[in-house]
Design a protein around this ligand. Structure first.
Ligand code: PGA
Length: 247
């Protein structure tokens, strides 16, 4: 059985006052015991959020460096996130692949670092619009997925997030059929390697569209940006995932 995961990625948003929103989300999440919930606040809030939330909601980082420590000004390592109370970390988000030039090989190293620090992972993959329009989305995403995963393939500590770049922060959510087809292709590719990872969808998920997306048997949860910043917007997505255990 795959328990649904609803993870919030706050990106570069949130000051200490916003920990109160995370607390409100965690309080509301108690009603939906069959859904795993995670919040990935900016790194400045990881420790305070982890302390405030306790057990019910996992707290995560949005990225980590591949090294455990050293002369990397401005970077944060996986052991630092773990020490601050994080239980997971997002890697390979398109805003880092595109904005910070991260390659699949970089992401493999980050996954190894996160694993040695005892963090779970959300590995993001997704195609740009031109690739989708050229009809090459599936080949692109599967290549990215297999190149970003560690040599030994995906394991149960890695959740995959399919996030078409054109759907992130644009309000243009992918059609349920497009999401379902891509998730099925990812599921098959992982299945051939003996793996059954959770596959989340990300890209303009909100309380209105979450139900239809999560109704697909291969959509095991959501990675949510904008709509994860407030309890008012995020809790309906958690509610939509409740009762939707998969597998
Ligand atoms: P969005 O972001 O929900 O604001 O589109 C999703 C993401 O980037 O993970």
């Amino acid at each position: 059985m795959r328990t649904p995961l609803i993870a919030g990625n706050w990106k570069m948003n949130g000051l200490s006052a916003n920990v109160a929103e995370a607390i409100a989300i965690a309080d509301a999440a108690r009603e939906f015991a069959d859904v795993e919930v995670a919040i990935c606040p900016p790194v400045t809030l990881v420790a305070a959020t982890a302390q405030a939330l306790g057990e019910r909601v996992m707290v995560g980082g949005q990225d980590c460096h591949a090294a455990a420590g050293g002369a990397y000004t401005g970077s944060v390592s996986a052991p630092m996130l773990r020490d601050a109370g994080a239980q997971l970390v997002i890697v390979g988000h398109s805003e880092r692949r595109q904005g910070c030039g991260e390659s699949d090989a970089d992401i493999r190293e980050k996954i190894a670092a996160a694993r040695s620090a005892g963090l779970r992972l959300i590995l993001c993959v997704g195609e740009p619009l031109a690739v989708r329009d050229a009809g090459e989305a599936e080949a692109y995403v599967l290549r990215q997925l297999l190149a970003s995963l560690p040599e030994e393939g995906a394991a149960a500590d890695i959740d995959i997030a399919y996030e078409p770049i054109w759907a992130i922060g644009t309000g243009r959510v992918a059609a349920v059929e497009e999401v379902a087809a891509m998730h099925r292709a990812i599921r098959d590719a992982l299945g051939e390697r003996g793996r059954d990872n959770r596959i989340l969808y990300g890209g303009s998920v909100n309380g209105e569209n979450a139900g239809a997306l999560l109704a697909d048997e291969d959509v095991d949860g959501a990675l949510v940006g904008g709509a994860s910043l407030t309890a008012k917007a995020f809790v309906p997505i958690i509610a939509a995932a409740s009762g939707a255990a998969r597998g």
